[in-house]
Design a protein around this ligand. Structure first.
Ligand SMILES: [Cu+2]
Length: 215
């Protein structure tokens, strides 16, 4: 087994050295920014927290906020067959963010600097019918093997078909999108994450878990 493809397990030792170095360089600046952003976004956080507490199993309109570098919520529970409108909203003022859903470890893109994780091995959205019902400030949207329709005019940002990576909308700072679908018959634990800028967003906390219950 390739030590680098260990899913949520701790990274291999050689990788850890690289990340420690990154953390030293990025850590203080990011911490300052996140602290400031948290003050401005406290009302959204409060709303999101209330939504989690009031809704143990998500149904209908369900919002996931993106920040630098985390999701609110970072845990969800869905049920097979439930009609959903997943609203993904990037609250960052400066960073692009995406939301992949998948499992089975990571695919790695080797380059001169590091072995960056770029996507999950298994794409949750494979074969799933999805309708885009709203889209604002979308940078690109890779549909991969999902069956995607749109109620709104799309631009060159919509990349249909396989070959561009896993299903994921990438949003500009401030962007949002609403995806309508029925939870497919894929029960169990799934992960979601952002792989923008390689693995940095994921590593800094931009990850979450969906527990999909049987119908
Ligand atoms: Cu991100």
């Amino acid at each position: 087994m390739d030590k680098r493809d260990t899913g949520s397990n701790p990274p291999a030792d050689d990788e850890q050295v690289d990340w420690d170095r990154r953390t030293l360089i990025l850590g203080s600046g990011v911490a300052l920014f996140v602290g400031a952003a948290a003050l401005f976004e406290s009302s959204n956080i409060a709303k999101a927290t209330a939504a989690i507490v009031g809704s143990p199993v998500d149904a209908g309109l369900t919002t996931v906020y993106q920040q630098d570098y985390y999701y609110i919520p970072n845990q969800m529970t869905w049920r097979v067959g439930t009609p959903m409108i997943l609203h993904i909203h990037n609250l960052s003022n400066v960073h692009f963010h995406e939301m992949q859903i998948g499992r089975g470890g990571f695919q790695t893109d080797h380059n001169a600097f590091s072995n960056l994780k770029v996507q999950f091995n298994v794409d949750f959205w494979d074969g799933v019918p999805v309708t885009i019902v709203e889209a604002n400030m979308v940078d690109n949207f890779v549909t991969n093997r999902a069956i995607v329709k749109s109620d709104v005019p799309t631009g060159p940002w919509l990349l249909t078909g396989a070959g561009n990576g896993n299903f994921s909308p990438t949003l500009y700072p401030g962007g949002d999108i609403k995806l309508k679908f029925n939870v497919p018959n894929k029960p169990g634990i799934w992960q979601y994450g952002c792989f923008v800028q390689g693995f940095i967003h994921w590593k800094d906390g931009m990850q979450g878990t969906i527990n999909i219950l049987n119908a």
